[in-house]
Design a protein around this ligand. Structure first.
Ligand SMILES: [Zn+2]
Length: 252
């Protein structure tokens, strides 16, 4: 393994993890039309709004150095900030062992990061980014068209259609029976994205693992989250698991 390139990719993973933190915090504010975007204003403490100094932006190190507290107001910083960065680093290390180093490591890592962001967004806010879903669908089509990167192009197309269609159908039947929406539209698109990347035959295992995880989370957080089931969280988690277990280390 090329050590210098590996270190560079790990630093890349940490910076993406840090960006994901900012995305997860800002996304609900952006869609509720508050006056900020992904890049402006620059990073600030969510509690006291002080603008962070450059050294406070260093992933993981700054959190440990500041002992998990804001450098200005000393309010506790959520542990999820540290976790998101650490998990990004960990997944890059796993990818370095399982995927030929280079552009492939970056492609697989970016897909992981998109799925991870959707997973956390849906868990924390019951929201999914349509742009990230669209990015998954398009990336799957591009990678599988001609390259057969994860699956054939035909299976990728079928994955999109059946992925979207199956959840739409379940939702329509549910609505017909119960007169209320069971599944959000973002979940249809996310599942279509998973199908686009890994193809038609990945949908079964992903839906099985995903719905089980979502129901478990629902049971654990019943009082907190009302009656909502974070299906997107389960689907994204299942897709990552499906890739790591079935495609990266067992079947290939
Ligand atoms: Zn602060």
């Amino acid at each position: 393994m090329n050590l210098e390139l590996s270190i560079l990719l790990c630093l890349f993973a940490l910076s993406i993890g840090s960006f994901v933190n900012s995305f997860i915090y800002r996304f609900p504010l952006i869609i509720s039309n508050q006056d900020l975007n992904l890049f402006k204003p620059r990073s600030f403490c969510p509690k006291c709004k002080s603008r962070l100094k450059p050294f406070m932006l260093i992933p993981i190190v700054s959190y440990i150095h500041l002992k998990g507290k804001c450098g200005f107001c000393k309010e506790k910083i959520e542990i999820s900030y540290l976790l998101n960065e650490a998990i990004h680093l960990l997944i890059m290390v796993i990818i370095l062992f399982g995927v030929p180093i280079g552009i492939n490591s970056i492609i697989v890592f970016i897909l992981f990061s998109i799925l991870y962001t959707q997973m956390v967004l849906d868990y924390k806010h019951f929201l999914l980014s349509i742009s990230l879903n669209a990015l998954l669908i398009i990336t799957g089509l591009v990678l599988n068209y001609g390259f057969n990167y994860f699956t054939s192009f035909e299976e990728s197309i079928l994955g999109i259609v059946i992925g979207y269609g199956s959840l739409w159908l379940i939702n329509t039947v549910f609505y017909w029976l119960k007169k209320e929406r069971g599944i959000g539209g973002g979940d249809f698109l996310l599942f279509a994205g998973c199908g686009s990347i890994f193809g038609l035959f990945s949908l079964g295992p992903i839906l099985l693992i995903g719905s089980s995880v979502s129901l478990l989370l629902f049971a654990l957080n019943k009082r907190k989250s009302g009656r909502k089931i974070p299906l997107g969280t389960g689907l994204a988690f299942a897709t990552i698991t499906y890739y790591l277990i079935f495609r990266l280390f067992i079947l290939q």
